[in-house]
Write a protein that binds this ligand. Structure first.
Ligand code: RIB
Ligand code: CA
Length: 313
């Protein structure tokens, strides 16, 4: 099978960085058409900086990086420096990027790529708030029928939320955008906290990154060493949850994940539950299924894949 063409929409973020590295380390499985940046973990000027730092760390300054939305559709931006640090990529000391930004807006790039490639051949991989994806759907609704799949990190059901009791960060930051995406009709695969909280960088897994003894291996070990603080403190986790790399791993080895095709709707009115992914896991409504919502992961298989592929860079 030829490599799957993807656009990574991202708000790096240490876990976004690892997801991008895994994609760039897997050319036989994934062709990264471009990286579109959105405000999320940190403001847009930092997410565009961090995306280019990661591309250069991977030796891929040729990957076009586009700037997208600098705020959600209808709410003030909420960021997560408390998790990712002031720069959004705290942990390793990495050189400032030298590669330029690509010309044009991220939303136009998404629309153009979907128009240029045959229907059903481009997959969108959002790793942050869904603002860019929603804006592309609003600007050119016909793209919904051309998207192969939207494989996104976001939401939670059994795990609840990580930014409020009921909402996961990516969905919470821009619930209106998430509502547009989940209603667009394109095939959707969701990597929620229910799965990503099982993909923990334990000490031995972190040691395996460091033992690669490469700039990438050491940087990933330092990123996840920094990034684990929040989850260890809040949940008593055994290590950093690699949220976003679950999206990339699904593109390479989907059998690592198990889930259900169910209805998922987004809370967009109540402030109490704003951004909640209302997942009908038990099929108690007659609402039509619109997403494959993942519930389990082969964590050992995931880390074996990730470590093997990072060793290539
Ligand atoms: O809730 C986790 C998600 O929010 C991840 O994508 C992380 O990078 C942040 O964007
Ligand atoms: Ca992210």
């Amino acid at each position: 099978m030829p490599p799957r063409k993807i656009i990574i929409d991202t708000d790096p973020g240490q876990d976004d960085a690892v997801a991008i590295l895994l994609a760039l380390a897997s050319p036989e499985d994934i062709e990264v058409l471009g990286i579109t940046c959105v405000a999320g973990n940190v403001p847009l000027p930092l997410t565009t900086r961090n995306a280019r730092i990661v591309c250069e760390l991977a030796g891929r300054p040729d990957v076009p990086v586009f700037a997208g939305a600098d705020r959600p559709l209808g709410r003030d931006l909420v960021t997560a420096e408390h998790v990712h640090g002031k720069t959004g990529l705290d942990g390793p000391t990495l050189p400032e990027p030298t590669m330029p930004m690509a010309d044009g807006h991220a939303v136009d790039f998404i629309i153009e790529q979907l128009a240029e490639h045959a229907p059903g051949t481009v997959t969108l991989c959002p790793l942050g708030p869904l603002t860019n994806i929603a804006m592309a759907l609003q600007k050119q609704p016909a793209i919904a029928n051309r998207i192969a799949k939207i494989v996104l990190m976001g939401g939670g059901y059994f795990e609840g939320g990580n930014i409020t009791p009921t909402a996961e960060f990516n969905i919470y930051v821009d619930p209106q955008a998430a509502d547009i995406v989940f209603k667009c009709g394109a095939p959707i695969v969701v990597m929620p906290l229910d799965v990503t909280h099982k993909a923990l960088v334990t000490r031995s897994r972190n040691d395996a990154f460091r033992a690669l003894d490469t700039p990438v291996g050491v940087a990933v070990a330092e990123m996840t060493d920094f990034f684990e603080r929040f989850d260890k403190e809040k949940y008593g986790s055994a290590g950093a949850p690699l949220h976003d790399p679950c999206v990339t791993a699904y593109m390479i080895q989907p059998h690592l994940f198990k889930g259900r095709h169910i209805n998922v709707e987004i809370e967009t009115t109540s402030e109490l539950t704003m951004g909640m992914t209302v997942a009908d896991w038990w099929g108690v409504t007659d609402r039509a299924p619109n997403a494959t919502f993942m519930g389990d992961i082969d964590a050992d298989g995931f880390f074996t894949l990730l470590t093997e592929r990072l060793a290539r860079l």
